[in-house]
Design a protein around this ligand. Structure first.
Ligand code: SF4
Length: 402
Protein backbone atom coordinates (compact mmCIF):
# COMPACT_ATOMS: atom_id res chain seq x y z
CA UNK A 1 0.00 0.00 0.00
CA UNK A 2 1.27 3.46 -0.87
CA UNK A 3 2.52 5.41 2.12
CA UNK A 4 0.49 8.58 2.65
CA UNK A 5 1.56 9.64 6.14
CA UNK A 6 5.06 11.00 6.79
CA UNK A 7 6.53 12.44 9.93
CA UNK A 8 10.22 11.68 9.56
CA UNK A 9 11.13 13.69 6.48
CA UNK A 10 12.26 12.37 3.11
CA UNK A 11 16.02 12.02 3.59
CA UNK A 12 16.71 15.31 1.76
CA UNK A 13 17.81 17.28 4.78
CA UNK A 14 21.54 17.19 4.03
CA UNK A 15 20.99 18.16 0.42
CA UNK A 16 18.73 21.11 1.32
CA UNK A 17 20.65 22.37 4.36
CA UNK A 18 22.91 24.79 2.40
CA UNK A 19 19.82 26.35 0.79
CA UNK A 20 17.97 26.70 4.10
CA UNK A 21 21.05 28.09 5.87
CA UNK A 22 21.56 30.62 3.09
CA UNK A 23 17.98 31.82 3.52
CA UNK A 24 17.85 32.03 7.30
CA UNK A 25 21.38 32.39 8.73
CA UNK A 26 23.21 35.65 9.51
CA UNK A 27 26.99 36.19 9.41
CA UNK A 28 26.60 39.06 11.87
CA UNK A 29 24.79 36.92 14.42
CA UNK A 30 27.39 34.17 14.00
CA UNK A 31 30.13 36.72 14.57
CA UNK A 32 28.57 37.86 17.89
CA UNK A 33 27.97 34.28 18.94
CA UNK A 34 31.59 33.35 18.19
CA UNK A 35 32.74 36.30 20.33
CA UNK A 36 31.04 34.86 23.38
CA UNK A 37 27.61 36.43 22.68
CA UNK A 38 28.99 39.96 23.20
CA UNK A 39 30.51 42.24 20.61
CA UNK A 40 31.27 45.93 20.27
CA UNK A 41 30.36 48.13 17.34
CA UNK A 42 31.57 51.70 17.81
CA UNK A 43 29.86 52.99 20.96
CA UNK A 44 27.39 50.12 21.07
CA UNK A 45 28.01 46.94 22.98
CA UNK A 46 25.72 44.20 21.73
CA UNK A 47 24.77 41.32 23.99
CA UNK A 48 22.97 38.36 22.51
CA UNK A 49 20.97 36.02 24.74
CA UNK A 50 22.74 32.66 24.92
CA UNK A 51 19.66 30.85 23.57
CA UNK A 52 17.55 32.55 20.95
CA UNK A 53 15.78 32.07 17.65
CA UNK A 54 14.76 28.88 15.85
CA UNK A 55 14.03 26.00 18.21
CA UNK A 56 14.42 22.33 17.28
CA UNK A 57 10.69 22.04 16.50
CA UNK A 58 10.70 24.99 14.13
CA UNK A 59 13.95 23.86 12.51
CA UNK A 60 12.37 20.50 11.84
CA UNK A 61 9.09 21.92 10.52
CA UNK A 62 10.90 24.26 8.12
CA UNK A 63 13.19 21.45 6.94
CA UNK A 64 10.19 19.19 6.26
CA UNK A 65 8.40 21.90 4.33
CA UNK A 66 11.41 22.42 2.05
CA UNK A 67 11.82 18.65 1.70
CA UNK A 68 8.14 18.30 0.80
CA UNK A 69 8.41 20.88 -1.98
CA UNK A 70 11.41 19.06 -3.44
CA UNK A 71 9.89 15.62 -3.00
CA UNK A 72 6.57 16.49 -4.69
CA UNK A 73 7.39 19.11 -7.34
CA UNK A 74 4.29 18.33 -9.39
CA UNK A 75 1.71 18.10 -6.64
CA UNK A 76 -0.53 20.71 -5.09
CA UNK A 77 0.82 21.36 -1.59
CA UNK A 78 -1.20 22.91 1.24
CA UNK A 79 -0.30 24.04 4.72
CA UNK A 80 -2.86 23.90 7.54
CA UNK A 81 -2.55 27.46 8.91
CA UNK A 82 0.92 28.92 9.35
CA UNK A 83 3.98 26.66 9.40
CA UNK A 84 5.24 28.74 12.34
CA UNK A 85 4.38 32.21 13.62
CA UNK A 86 6.84 34.16 11.53
CA UNK A 87 5.64 36.20 8.55
CA UNK A 88 8.91 35.86 6.60
CA UNK A 89 9.09 32.12 6.85
CA UNK A 90 5.41 31.93 5.87
CA UNK A 91 6.05 34.19 2.85
CA UNK A 92 8.85 31.87 1.77
CA UNK A 93 6.39 28.99 1.92
CA UNK A 94 4.07 30.93 -0.40
CA UNK A 95 6.98 31.73 -2.72
CA UNK A 96 7.72 28.02 -2.96
CA UNK A 97 4.17 27.44 -4.20
CA UNK A 98 2.59 26.20 -0.98
CA UNK A 99 -1.05 27.26 -0.46
CA UNK A 100 -2.22 28.15 3.04
CA UNK A 101 -5.53 26.93 4.38
CA UNK A 102 -6.56 29.50 6.97
CA UNK A 103 -9.11 28.85 9.72
CA UNK A 104 -12.36 30.82 10.05
CA UNK A 105 -13.00 33.04 13.06
CA UNK A 106 -13.99 29.95 15.07
CA UNK A 107 -10.69 28.24 14.27
CA UNK A 108 -12.36 25.77 11.86
CA UNK A 109 -10.59 24.68 8.68
CA UNK A 110 -12.37 23.94 5.43
CA UNK A 111 -10.66 21.06 3.60
CA UNK A 112 -13.42 20.60 1.01
CA UNK A 113 -11.12 21.62 -1.87
CA UNK A 114 -8.31 19.23 -0.88
CA UNK A 115 -8.06 16.20 -3.15
CA UNK A 116 -6.67 12.76 -2.46
CA UNK A 117 -3.79 13.48 -4.84
CA UNK A 118 -2.72 16.59 -2.92
CA UNK A 119 -0.11 16.97 -0.20
CA UNK A 120 -0.96 18.64 3.12
CA UNK A 121 1.63 19.81 5.63
CA UNK A 122 0.63 19.88 9.29
CA UNK A 123 2.48 22.66 11.15
CA UNK A 124 4.70 22.40 14.23
CA UNK A 125 1.74 23.22 16.55
CA UNK A 126 -0.22 20.22 15.24
CA UNK A 127 -3.93 20.11 14.36
CA UNK A 128 -7.02 19.05 16.27
CA UNK A 129 -8.11 15.43 16.27
CA UNK A 130 -11.11 16.30 14.10
CA UNK A 131 -8.95 18.06 11.52
CA UNK A 132 -6.48 15.20 11.49
CA UNK A 133 -9.28 12.68 10.96
CA UNK A 134 -10.81 14.82 8.20
CA UNK A 135 -7.49 14.93 6.35
CA UNK A 136 -6.93 11.18 6.74
CA UNK A 137 -10.41 10.58 5.39
CA UNK A 138 -9.55 12.54 2.22
CA UNK A 139 -6.62 10.18 1.71
CA UNK A 140 -4.17 12.94 0.74
CA UNK A 141 -0.46 12.72 1.52
CA UNK A 142 0.10 14.09 5.00
CA UNK A 143 3.45 15.50 6.07
CA UNK A 144 3.15 15.88 9.82
CA UNK A 145 5.67 18.32 11.35
CA UNK A 146 3.99 18.39 14.78
CA UNK A 147 6.79 19.02 17.26
CA UNK A 148 7.76 16.16 19.57
CA UNK A 149 7.36 18.46 22.58
CA UNK A 150 3.77 19.17 21.57
CA UNK A 151 3.13 15.43 21.19
CA UNK A 152 4.52 15.00 24.69
CA UNK A 153 1.80 17.33 26.06
CA UNK A 154 -0.85 15.51 24.01
CA UNK A 155 0.12 12.24 25.66
CA UNK A 156 -0.30 13.85 29.05
CA UNK A 157 -3.76 15.21 28.20
CA UNK A 158 -4.75 11.85 26.78
CA UNK A 159 -3.65 10.09 29.96
CA UNK A 160 -5.64 12.53 32.09
CA UNK A 161 -8.74 11.79 29.99
CA UNK A 162 -8.11 8.04 30.18
CA UNK A 163 -7.95 8.22 33.98
CA UNK A 164 -11.07 10.40 34.31
CA UNK A 165 -9.22 13.67 35.01
CA UNK A 166 -10.20 16.95 33.36
CA UNK A 167 -7.26 18.69 31.67
CA UNK A 168 -6.84 22.28 32.76
CA UNK A 169 -4.65 23.75 30.05
CA UNK A 170 -2.80 27.02 30.60
CA UNK A 171 -2.81 28.58 27.14
CA UNK A 172 -4.62 30.80 24.68
CA UNK A 173 -7.67 29.05 23.34
CA UNK A 174 -7.30 30.88 20.04
CA UNK A 175 -3.80 29.43 19.57
CA UNK A 176 -3.62 26.45 17.21
CA UNK A 177 -1.53 24.45 19.65
CA UNK A 178 -3.92 24.87 22.58
CA UNK A 179 -6.90 23.85 20.45
CA UNK A 180 -5.04 20.80 19.18
CA UNK A 181 -3.91 19.91 22.70
CA UNK A 182 -7.40 20.30 24.15
CA UNK A 183 -8.83 18.06 21.43
CA UNK A 184 -6.66 15.16 22.63
CA UNK A 185 -9.01 14.79 25.61
CA UNK A 186 -11.55 13.45 23.10
CA UNK A 187 -9.45 10.35 22.53
CA UNK A 188 -11.26 8.87 25.52
CA UNK A 189 -15.01 8.90 25.86
CA UNK A 190 -16.13 11.60 28.26
CA UNK A 191 -12.70 13.28 28.20
CA UNK A 192 -12.91 16.90 29.41
CA UNK A 193 -10.79 20.02 29.15
CA UNK A 194 -10.80 23.64 30.23
CA UNK A 195 -8.39 26.25 28.87
CA UNK A 196 -7.33 29.05 31.22
CA UNK A 197 -5.61 32.10 29.80
CA UNK A 198 -3.90 33.47 32.88
CA UNK A 199 -3.82 33.56 36.66
CA UNK A 200 -7.01 35.64 36.83
CA UNK A 201 -8.94 32.87 35.06
CA UNK A 202 -7.15 30.21 37.09
CA UNK A 203 -8.32 31.99 40.26
CA UNK A 204 -11.91 31.69 39.08
CA UNK A 205 -11.38 27.95 38.71
CA UNK A 206 -9.70 27.72 42.12
CA UNK A 207 -12.50 29.63 43.84
CA UNK A 208 -15.04 27.28 42.27
CA UNK A 209 -13.12 24.14 43.21
CA UNK A 210 -12.68 25.22 46.82
CA UNK A 211 -16.25 26.60 47.08
CA UNK A 212 -14.95 29.95 48.30
CA UNK A 213 -17.37 32.76 49.09
CA UNK A 214 -18.07 34.99 46.10
CA UNK A 215 -17.13 32.34 43.58
CA UNK A 216 -18.97 32.30 40.26
CA UNK A 217 -22.26 30.45 40.19
CA UNK A 218 -22.41 27.33 38.03
CA UNK A 219 -24.15 29.25 35.23
CA UNK A 220 -21.73 32.15 35.44
CA UNK A 221 -18.82 29.72 35.30
CA UNK A 222 -20.22 27.98 32.23
CA UNK A 223 -20.87 31.32 30.56
CA UNK A 224 -17.39 32.65 31.35
CA UNK A 225 -15.63 29.62 29.90
CA UNK A 226 -17.97 29.14 26.95
CA UNK A 227 -15.90 28.10 23.95
CA UNK A 228 -12.88 27.36 26.13
CA UNK A 229 -14.19 24.15 27.65
CA UNK A 230 -15.22 20.76 26.30
CA UNK A 231 -18.87 20.51 25.18
CA UNK A 232 -21.25 20.00 28.09
CA UNK A 233 -18.64 21.03 30.65
CA UNK A 234 -20.18 20.98 34.12
CA UNK A 235 -17.96 22.56 36.80
CA UNK A 236 -19.86 20.73 39.55
CA UNK A 237 -18.76 17.41 38.10
CA UNK A 238 -15.76 18.11 35.91
CA UNK A 239 -13.61 20.00 38.41
CA UNK A 240 -13.57 17.11 40.87
CA UNK A 241 -10.45 15.53 39.36
CA UNK A 242 -8.12 17.74 37.35
CA UNK A 243 -4.73 17.48 35.67
CA UNK A 244 -2.70 20.51 34.67
CA UNK A 245 -0.96 20.96 31.32
CA UNK A 246 0.02 23.94 29.22
CA UNK A 247 0.67 25.34 25.79
CA UNK A 248 4.40 24.74 25.38
CA UNK A 249 5.24 28.38 24.78
CA UNK A 250 3.65 30.00 27.83
CA UNK A 251 5.71 31.70 30.50
CA UNK A 252 7.01 28.78 32.56
CA UNK A 253 6.75 30.67 35.85
CA UNK A 254 3.06 31.48 35.15
CA UNK A 255 2.23 27.87 34.34
CA UNK A 256 3.93 26.66 37.51
CA UNK A 257 2.15 29.29 39.62
CA UNK A 258 -1.22 28.33 38.12
CA UNK A 259 -0.58 24.65 38.84
CA UNK A 260 0.31 25.48 42.43
CA UNK A 261 -2.83 27.59 42.89
CA UNK A 262 -5.04 24.77 41.70
CA UNK A 263 -3.20 22.36 43.99
CA UNK A 264 -3.77 24.75 46.92
CA UNK A 265 -7.50 24.88 46.10
CA UNK A 266 -7.65 21.08 46.16
CA UNK A 267 -5.78 21.05 49.47
CA UNK A 268 -8.62 23.06 51.00
CA UNK A 269 -10.82 20.03 50.35
CA UNK A 270 -8.51 17.04 50.74
CA UNK A 271 -5.50 15.90 52.76
CA UNK A 272 -2.13 15.13 51.19
CA UNK A 273 -2.99 11.50 50.45
CA UNK A 274 -6.50 12.17 49.13
CA UNK A 275 -5.38 15.03 46.93
CA UNK A 276 -3.49 12.61 44.64
CA UNK A 277 -6.88 11.32 43.53
CA UNK A 278 -7.99 14.82 42.58
CA UNK A 279 -4.94 16.67 41.24
CA UNK A 280 -2.17 15.83 38.81
CA UNK A 281 0.44 17.97 37.15
CA UNK A 282 3.36 17.63 34.85
CA UNK A 283 5.67 20.33 33.49
CA UNK A 284 4.91 20.59 29.80
CA UNK A 285 6.76 23.79 28.85
CA UNK A 286 9.12 22.64 26.10
CA UNK A 287 12.84 22.76 26.81
CA UNK A 288 13.48 25.21 23.95
CA UNK A 289 10.98 27.73 25.38
CA UNK A 290 12.44 27.21 28.84
CA UNK A 291 16.01 27.73 27.62
CA UNK A 292 15.11 30.98 25.87
CA UNK A 293 13.32 32.30 28.95
CA UNK A 294 16.25 31.21 31.17
CA UNK A 295 18.75 32.93 28.85
CA UNK A 296 16.82 36.19 29.13
CA UNK A 297 16.60 35.83 32.92
CA UNK A 298 20.38 35.34 32.98
CA UNK A 299 20.93 38.42 30.82
CA UNK A 300 18.65 40.48 33.08
CA UNK A 301 20.91 39.83 36.08
CA UNK A 302 22.83 42.74 34.51
CA UNK A 303 20.17 44.33 32.32
CA UNK A 304 21.29 46.01 29.11
CA UNK A 305 20.30 49.67 28.62
CA UNK A 306 17.90 48.65 25.89
CA UNK A 307 16.46 45.35 24.76
CA UNK A 308 15.14 44.42 21.33
CA UNK A 309 13.09 41.24 21.04
CA UNK A 310 12.46 40.10 17.48
CA UNK A 311 9.58 37.87 16.42
CA UNK A 312 6.07 37.64 15.00
CA UNK A 313 3.46 39.69 16.88
CA UNK A 314 1.30 36.55 17.10
CA UNK A 315 4.20 34.45 18.40
CA UNK A 316 3.35 33.44 21.93
CA UNK A 317 6.89 32.69 23.05
CA UNK A 318 8.22 35.99 21.60
CA UNK A 319 5.57 37.95 23.49
CA UNK A 320 6.57 36.19 26.68
CA UNK A 321 10.26 36.95 26.16
CA UNK A 322 9.41 40.63 25.68
CA UNK A 323 7.23 40.56 28.79
CA UNK A 324 10.11 39.12 30.82
CA UNK A 325 12.55 41.77 29.58
CA UNK A 326 10.16 44.64 30.34
CA UNK A 327 10.41 43.84 34.04
CA UNK A 328 14.08 44.91 33.92
CA UNK A 329 14.79 47.30 31.08
CA UNK A 330 13.33 49.35 28.25
CA UNK A 331 12.18 46.76 25.74
CA UNK A 332 10.94 46.87 22.16
CA UNK A 333 9.23 43.89 20.58
CA UNK A 334 9.61 44.27 16.83
CA UNK A 335 8.44 41.98 14.06
CA UNK A 336 11.49 42.54 11.89
CA UNK A 337 14.07 45.09 10.73
CA UNK A 338 11.49 47.12 8.79
CA UNK A 339 10.15 48.31 12.14
CA UNK A 340 13.35 50.33 12.50
CA UNK A 341 13.50 53.28 10.12
CA UNK A 342 17.08 54.38 9.56
CA UNK A 343 16.07 57.69 7.94
CA UNK A 344 13.83 58.96 10.73
CA UNK A 345 15.50 56.97 13.49
CA UNK A 346 12.08 55.80 14.68
CA UNK A 347 10.99 52.38 15.77
CA UNK A 348 7.60 50.69 15.43
CA UNK A 349 6.98 48.05 18.02
CA UNK A 350 4.35 46.04 19.79
CA UNK A 351 3.67 47.41 23.24
CA UNK A 352 2.82 45.21 26.22
CA UNK A 353 -0.79 44.00 26.44
CA UNK A 354 -1.58 45.07 22.91
CA UNK A 355 -3.00 42.15 20.93
CA UNK A 356 -1.57 43.24 17.59
CA UNK A 357 -1.21 47.03 17.44
CA UNK A 358 1.98 48.82 16.55
CA UNK A 359 2.93 52.25 17.74
CA UNK A 360 5.52 54.71 16.60
CA UNK A 361 8.17 56.02 18.94
CA UNK A 362 10.35 59.07 18.48
CA UNK A 363 14.05 58.89 17.69
CA UNK A 364 14.86 59.23 21.39
CA UNK A 365 14.35 55.53 21.87
CA UNK A 366 18.11 55.07 21.41
CA UNK A 367 20.19 56.28 24.37
CA UNK A 368 22.79 59.00 23.82
CA UNK A 369 26.45 58.01 23.93
CA UNK A 370 27.74 54.51 24.57
CA UNK A 371 25.15 51.95 25.55
CA UNK A 372 24.54 48.24 25.85
CA UNK A 373 21.97 46.72 23.53
CA UNK A 374 20.47 43.34 24.38
CA UNK A 375 19.07 41.13 21.64
CA UNK A 376 16.96 38.03 21.60
CA UNK A 377 14.38 36.43 19.32
CA UNK A 378 11.47 34.04 19.59
CA UNK A 379 11.64 30.38 18.64
CA UNK A 380 10.16 31.09 15.22
CA UNK A 381 12.54 33.91 14.24
CA UNK A 382 15.32 33.12 11.78
CA UNK A 383 18.79 34.52 12.54
CA UNK A 384 18.88 36.69 9.43
CA UNK A 385 15.98 38.73 10.87
CA UNK A 386 18.04 39.38 14.02
CA UNK A 387 21.04 40.41 11.93
CA UNK A 388 18.98 42.75 9.73
CA UNK A 389 17.48 44.50 12.79
CA UNK A 390 20.90 45.00 14.32
CA UNK A 391 22.30 46.41 11.08
CA UNK A 392 19.58 49.08 11.13
CA UNK A 393 20.23 50.06 14.74
CA UNK A 394 23.92 50.40 13.97
CA UNK A 395 23.19 52.43 10.84
CA UNK A 396 21.19 54.98 12.84
CA UNK A 397 24.37 55.51 14.80
CA UNK A 398 26.41 55.77 11.60
CA UNK A 399 28.03 52.36 12.02
CA UNK A 400 28.10 50.37 8.82
CA UNK A 401 28.77 46.66 9.10
CA UNK A 402 27.61 45.66 5.65
S1 SF4 B 1 8.58 26.14 20.84
FE1 SF4 B 1 8.94 24.09 21.72
S2 SF4 B 1 7.05 22.96 21.31
FE2 SF4 B 1 7.02 24.75 19.97
S3 SF4 B 1 7.94 24.03 18.08
FE3 SF4 B 1 9.61 24.89 19.31
S4 SF4 B 1 10.48 23.12 20.42
FE4 SF4 B 1 8.46 22.53 19.66
Amino acid sequence: MEQTYFRKGFGLKKELRPLIDAEYQSALVERIRSHGYTDTFGEITVRLAQEFGFCYGVDRAVDYAYETVHKFPDKKIYLVGEIIHNPHVNHRMTDMGIDFIYPDSQGRFDFSHVLSDDVVIIPAFGVTLDDFDALRAIGCILVDTTCGSVLHVWKRVESYARDGFTSIIHGKYSHEESRATASQAKKHEGGKYLVVRDMAEAELVCDYIAGRPGRLTRDEFIAHFAGKASPGFDPDVDLDRVGVANQTTMLASDSIAIGMKIHEAMMELYDLEQVKEHYRSFGTICSATQERQDAVAEMMKEPPDLMIVIGGYNSSNTNHLAHLCRQYTRTFHIQDATCIDVESGRIKHKPELSPDAEEVEAVEWLPDGPFVLGLTAGASTPNNKIGEALVRVLKIRGIDVD
